[in-house]
Every structure is written in C-alpha cells, then in structure tokens.
Design a protein around this ligand. Structure first.
Ligand code: PLP
Length: 357
C-alpha cells in the first residue's frame, strides 16, 4: 500500500445519511443519495443503501453501471441530462433520469417502447442558475409533446438545480415558482406528478431553515452527505459529521530553506508568477502528492503547524516550522479534502482509496 491515500470513513457517511433521511422525513421529503462526488465506489453505494437511500443518483452512466455490476441492488437515477448517444444505456441501467430536451425525451420514449421497459423522467426547469432546464414558457408545448409519447416513458415529476453554474441559491421564492410550474404542467397533462425535486445540499440547508415550500418532496444529496458541508452557503452543517475522509501524503524531503527564492523569478510550472514574502529560514517539507493527484487548493492541513506553500504536478511543498514535533522524511501528513479535492483524488488513478467502517 503506498501513499497518497484517500481514507474514507464510511460509518461517518452512513450516520450523515441516516440523520438527513430522518430530518427530511419530518418535512415530508425523501432523498436521493448522489455518488458522483466520490466516483461512485461500490463501498459508497453500499453505505448509502445501509443508511436507507432508496435511489442512488449519479451524473455518469459509467458510474451507475459500475455500482450495478458490483451487486448494489437499488433504483438508480441519472442526474446529468442524458446524451443522445447513451440512451440505450440509460434505459437499460437507470430507473430515473433528469431531462431538459423534448427531442431527447421523444428518443427515450422510442427506446423504452422497443425494450418494453418503463423509465421515469423528471422534467427540469431552469429557475435562474442557467444550467439545465426548460423555461416555464415551454410548459404548454412540452405537455403536448409528452401526451404523444409511448406509455413506457413516465413523467415522474419536476425538478430544478441551484448553486451550480451561476451560484443562484434556492429560496422560498424560486422553489415556490418551481411548484407553480409543476402544477401548471400537471393541469396541462391532466394528471398529478409524484416528484417535486428541489435541488441538492443547499436546498437541504434551506429546509433546515424552514425555507422550502410544502410541495417540494424530494432532494438530491451529495456534498452534505459525503462531507457534512455546504459550499454554497459556506457552512459546516451542525447535525452532520465533517470528519468523513482524509487525504494522507508522505514526506520525501524535510529541510531548512530560505522563504525567498534565490535568483531571478520567471513563471512557475503552471505559468503563474509567484510572489513570496521573506520570513527568513524555515523548515519546509516536500510531500509526494501533487496536482495530478488532487486539487491542492481544496486541501486543509489537519496536522498542527502545517501550512501549504505551493504545489506542482507531483510535489506539494509545506511549511512545517511551526509543528511542535519536527517531522521527518517518511512521516505522513493528513489533510481534509473539500468537494473539489474529494472529486479529484477519488478520480485520480495515482491515489490509493481505503474505505474503513
Ligand atoms: C451534483 C448534483 C446534485 C448534488 O448536489 P450537492 O450540492 O453535492 O448535494 C444534485 N442534483 C444534480 C442535478 C447534480 O448534478
């Protein structure tokens, strides 16, 4: 086993899931567990099932196939708008998908009819974040097109996404608007829709604050579940664990060096002109981890006195002068990843993944 390691405490994630499911049930909301932030490892899928999630959601069909192939029995939802080129796979492997294009919906309906397989889709509305979604002005024409589809493709409900492309937060106002669009679609279709899916982690935070309208009955949880945090509101969520995972890296050099580089300064390995403050000689370490392994900006040192200086593709430089015990070559330093660091390290083939209970 070699470093760097992404060490994941699945028990802490399971606890997060259990608490969120319980809390949401009080508000009449059920949850989809989103696995994409940590590359949908089967250990994570199993943890979600143990916590009680009925639906596992991922943005990538490859991830959903991976979880299915490893024997995790569940309903699965594809939460990135499906590509025309993957519809066979989507209908074959997913129970739900989020959709925002009528041509794609029609093509899905054809595949469903041919396979004689039912599939449920959630119609996405753009509530201002300007990522996926229909405009409300399209509701009537959308309903007309839906009425012509084969019976195998069901419209399960409506949904919206927030805090992604443009950082637009969910509020009582825009969520109520989503409910209004859903109800207009219902009356155009002439039947009731089951799912009103009000977003991800930031909507969970709004639910805790009492800002989610009654009819919203479903949320899709990624970050809060995996990290106990919400980046869009920039908060740790009190009722959840934040110590769910660490990144560990090994020191390959520890030496006292000046804090000011010696010589003329050009650009660094990534084309930036670095700026340094002269703080005299300080103890500095090199860790065997770099930008090929993880988004360094998303790491927070867990060891007292460690500060990140800079990183290249394969090296992370740290100031360890303030450590109470002088670190030595071969020692391991630990970091807490944010969402971007979790995503990048779980995807990197150079990082060893360890799942502990
Ligand atoms: C990633 C994603 C989520 C989960 O978002 P979190 O903020 O991580 O909870 C929900 N819905 C969609 C459509 C997503 O792509």
């Amino acid at each position: 086993m070699s470093y760097p390691i992404l060490r994941v405490h699945t028990g802490k994630i399971r606890e997060n899931g259990e608490r969120m499911i319980e809390e949401c049930a009080k508000h009449g909301i059920s949850l989809w567990g989103v696995s994409k932030g940590i590359s949908a490892f089967p250990e994570i899928a199993r943890t979600y099932k143990e916590a009680g999630f009925k639906v596992i959601a991922d943005s990538r069909i490859a991830n959903i196939k991976k979880m299915r192939a490893s024997g995790v029995d569940s309903d699965y939802a594809l939460i990135r708008i499906p590509m025309r080129s993957e519809l066979e796979d989507v209908i074959e492997n997913c129970n739900y998908s989020l959709v925002s294009d009528i041509g794609t919906i029609e093509a899905m309906s054809v595949v469903c009819a041919r396979k004689k397989k039912e599939h449920k889709c959630v119609i996405m509305f753009d509530m201002g974040d300007l990522r996926e979604g229909f405009w409300f002005t399209e509701i009537d024409s959308l309903a007309e097109s839906i009425k012509k589809l084969s019976g195998f493709l069901k419209i399960a409900g409506v949904g919206a996404n927030f805090s992604c492309a443009s950082g637009v937060l969910p509020t009582n106002k825009n969520l109520s608007q989503l409910v209004n669009y859903g109800e207009r679609l219902e009356s155009a279709l002439g039947y009731r829709l089951d799912i009103y899916s009000g977003g991800g982690t930031c909507s969970f935070v709004q639910m805790l604050r009492g800002n989610v309208p009654d009819r919203i009955n479903s949320l899709r949880m990624g970050e809060a579940l995996l990290l106990g945090k919400d980046t869009s509101f920039c908060i740790d969520i009190d009722m959840l664990n934040q110590d769910t995972m660490e990144i560990e890296a090994e020191l390959v050099e520890v030496r006292e060096k000046p804090t000011l580089p010696i010589g003329e300064i050009g650009r660094d390995a990534f084309g930036n002109v670095p700026v340094f403050e002269d703080r005299g000689n300080r103890l500095r370490g090199i860790l065997g981890i770099g930008r090929q392994d993880v988004n360094i900006n998303g790491l927070t040192p867990l060891d007292e006195g460690v500060k990140i200086i800079t990183a290249s593709s394969d090296h992370l430089l740290v100031d360890v002068e303030d450590c109470s015990k002088r670190p030595k070559v071969g020692d391991v330093l630990r970091f807490r990843p944010d969402y971007s660091a979790m995503l990048s390290s779980s995807t990197s083939p150079y990082v060893t993944k360890i799942f502990e209970g």
